[in-house]
Design a protein around this ligand. Structure first.
Ligand SMILES: O=C(COP(=O)(O)O)[C@H](O)[C@H](O)COP(=O)(O)O
Ligand SMILES: [Mg+2]
Length: 421
């Protein structure tokens, strides 16, 4: 045993309400409900301890053999706890390891009845280890011809079960009608009824025909979600076929896989569309889990170009603070490119004006049922969505614009300005 000084690491070693975080630390904000009989101070300290280098018991260590990496619970305001983590605690460029600290054991420990990771303030010492987006919002003008209007996307419905031909045909109708992007649904990957390689080839051929006819650049968000090695092969196949984008279900794939896809997409110049299926397992409860704000931050560091962030309450899915999340995604973060937010889920032409009022025009507006459920079919549905965006961009109310745009008029007659559940 060396002659280092033996020190006890007691729980209050992790609590210092007078501590001011240095600019090089990762500062996390948690909402916590302490366990019965536990003070906020004790619970806050246990959170800082368990998520950095401590545990439930006091420890005796030889200081000569220990790099001090303890986090500090440095703020308590009601149920909000702020914890500052030293950068040296984290492996540079590893999102899995960072999350194993700040969203690991602490989410399940008995010292708190509930805990939610609400927000992170990422220092450059950490963001510099991540690539961030390759394109971000520039896809609207670098890869597509959306100009200043929102990028329009659709996903064929039914979400799975369509044959490869039907999928490509629906895509062609939607592209011809005026959308920029066709997107696979989150659970369409490589199934017998619509194999990945066939769907990729046929849909891109349809894309090329639609580009020819409309004179506008179109593209396809093909879902490459799979085991990581397979996913990388699918990314290569997209590049070989002349695609410009891939789609990844980032939560179900995992962030390590997203980092691998981001690296491969850099080689090919492919943009990444992040679907967030399963996020509600983390962010739906307002008192426990991980907020969508943090999920979006993680996605930006890992390098997605667009991510679904909700419809500001206008769609079919429970949403949280979409405007705040979008604002962070497009704000400066140590030089990381911004991310293009995607509004989707229950959207149709009748709510596009409210959506743009709420979220602005630097978004992707995605509609599935809101296009393919149009009484006159997909082509008319896509035209109606495009017309609703044109009206909003021109500052004309939808009803007036619909007077000489039949497809929009039919959509408004069917859905009005109501938002579905
Ligand atoms: O298929 C759709 C929308 O289809 P539709 O337009 O028919 O509702 C998307 O998977 C949801 O938008 C996901 O939700 P979110 O975008 O909130 O992640
Ligand atoms: Mg879907």
């Amino acid at each position: 045993m060396s002659d280092g000084i033996m020190t006890g690491i007691e729980y209050d070693d992790f609590l210092d309400l007078g501590y001011e975080p240095a600019g090089t630390e990762l500062v996390c904000e948690f909402t916590i409900e302490p366990a019965a009989g536990m003070s906020m101070e004790a619970a806050a300290s246990r959170v800082a301890s368990e998520s950095s280098n401590g545990t439930w018991a006091a420890l005796h260590v030889d200081e000569d053999e220990l790099t001090e990496l303890g986090a500090v619970a440095c703020g308590i305001d009601g149920r909000t706890v702020t914890v500052a983590y030293p950068t040296a605690l984290f492996e540079a460029g590893s999102m899995p390891q960072i999350l194993s600290c700040i969203a690991g054991n602490i989410l399940g420990m008995k010292a708190v009845d509930s805990i939610r990771l609400e927000d992170c303030d990422w220092p450059e010492s950490i963001t510099s280890g991540f690539p961030g987006p390759q394109f971000g919002p520039s896809v609207a003008r670098e890869k597509l011809d959306a100009g200043e209007r929102p990028v329009l996307a659709t996903v064929p419905k039914p979400k799975v079960g369509l044959s490869t031909d039907a999928h490509a045909r629906i895509g062609e109708e939607a592209w011809r009608g005026g959308v920029d992007l066709l997107k696979d649904d989150e659970n369409l990957t490589d199934q017998a009824f619509n194999p990945f390689a066939d769907r990729l080839a046929e849909s891109l051929a349809a894309r090329d025909r639609a580009q020819e006819e409309t004179g506008e650049r179109k593209d396809y968000l093909v879902n490459v979600t799979a085991e990581t090695t397979e996913m990388l092969e699918r990314v290569d196949l997209v590049a070989e076929h002349g695609g410009g984008f891939v789609m990844v279900d980032v939560i179900t794939c995992g962030w390590a896989a997203v980092q691998s896809v981001r690296e491969r997409c850099e080689d090919h110049g492919l943009a990444i569309h992040a679907h967030r299926a399963m996020h509600a397992a983390f962010d739906r409860l307002d008192h426990h889990g991980v907020s969508m704000r943090v999920i979006a931050q993680i996605a930006r560091l890992c390098g997605v170009d667009h991510i679904h962030t909700g419809t500001a309450g206008l769609g079919k899915l429970a949403n949280e603070d979409t405007p705040g999340i979008n604002e962070w995604l497009t704000s400066d973060c140590h030089g990381l490119r911004p991310v293009l937010p995607v509004a989707s889920g229950g959207l149709h032409p009748g709510v596009v004006d409210q959506l743009i009022d709420a979220l602005g025009t630097d978004i992707i507006v995605q509609a599935g049922g809101g296009i393919h459920g149009h009484p006159d079919g997909t082509h008319a549905g896509a035209k109606a969505l495009r017309q609703s965006v044109e009206a909003s961009m021109a500052g004309t109310d939808l009803e007036t614009y619909a007077d000489d745009h039949a497809e929009l008029a039919t959509a408004l007659e069917k859905w009005g300005a109501e938002t579905p559940r």
